[in-house]
Write a protein that binds this ligand. Structure first.
Ligand SMILES: C[S@@+](CC[C@H](N)C(=O)[O-])C[C@H]1O[C@@H](n2cnc3c(N)ncnc32)[C@H](O)[C@@H]1O
Length: 270
């Protein structure tokens, strides 16, 4: 299957326009991602703090529609348009294209067609019948922009997708992508080798479109106990039971440690 043709130029040229106003490429991309994530969570105060950073007096010289905050909004509109046309990880593709001009960030993610093939050969699509309430869980412990999860999501949209990355920008892109593609999942910020969970965003499917929210500290620890019980040897059965109240996956012990590669396993209940 060929990779979808993603035209990143319209978005990159908008971000370049902001860069020409004296901001670094990394800051612009990071703020754009943060603005989208805060906007989707309706967290107005931190959103406006970022907007304020771009509202220096000379920004007001630009006509309406050309102010920096308008450019960020235009980039978001273009992102939505490209995603609806390609059904692909456009955000990750923009990161790849825009990051190439920066000394501070940039990496390449797995091409879409390779992701599709990997999902095929790892038998990610598990045809096993499930009990009512059970969902398959798909994990990528080094998720980047979450592209592998999105490709799996095309095949098994009813699964729960768990992405972990130690890079905050990547984790936030994964949270956005899971939300944009209306998938149930978790984007975990932390090192998957040390089973560290610093921050977690949960996304939820809804018929009206995806939702995203950041978990509080207690919910983060509960999720960690469920997904990585071996990380906390003092975990009591009572503690694990709390998971049900936040709707987190409860993973059987024998499979929870298999985080070496894209891994699929059954949940007891979610
Ligand atoms: C090349 S990307 C791959 C992303 C994605 N899996 C894909 O196929 O497109 C590698 C990612 O792994 C992340 N990473 C590397 N080591 C990690 C670790 N120990 N824990 C979490 N993330 C890690 C990096 O931050 C980077 O975003």
């Amino acid at each position: 299957m060929p990779s979808p043709q993603i035209d990143t130029d319209p978005i990159v040229s908008i971000l370049n326009q902001i860069q020409q106003r004296g901001h670094s490429a990394y800051t612009i991309f990071e703020d754009w991602v943060e603005l989208m994530l805060l906007g989707l969570q309706r967290r107005d105060d931190p959103y406006l703090e970022i907007v304020d950073d771009y509202s220096e007096p000379r920004d007001m010289d630009h006509s309406e529609g050309e102010r920096t905050v308008d450019l960020f909004a235009n980039a978001f509109g273009q992102l939505q348009k490209q995603m609806s046309e390609t059904n692909a990880d456009v955000l990750g593709a923009v990161y790849e294209a825009f990051g190439m001009s920066s000394d501070n960030f940039g990496q390449h993610f797995t091409p879409h067609n390779v992701c599709e093939t990997m999902i095929e050969i790892t038998h990610t699509v598990d045809e096993q019948p499930r009990n009512e309430g059970e969902q398959q869980v798909v994990i990528d412990p080094a998720c980047g922009s979450g592209r592998m999860l999105l490709c799996a999501g095309h095949r098994i949209p009813e699964a729960v997708f768990v992405g972990q990355d130690k890079d905050p920008l990547c984790t936030k892109m994964t949270a956005l992508n899971l939300c944009f593609f209306n998938l149930d999942g978790y984007a975990i910020l932390g090192d998957s080798l040390t089973l560290e969970y610093c921050r977690v965003w949960q996304t939820n499917y809804s018929p009206l479109g995806g939702a995203v929210r950041e978990l509080d500290d207690e919910q983060v620890q509960t999720l960690r106990k469920n997904l990585a019980p071996e990380a906390d040897t003092n975990t009591s059965e009572d503690d694990v039971g709390v998971a049900d109240s936040v709707g987190t996956p409860s993973i059987p012990d024998d499979t929870a440690t298999e985080q070496q590669s894209l891994t699929v396993f059954q949940t007891e209940d979610i």
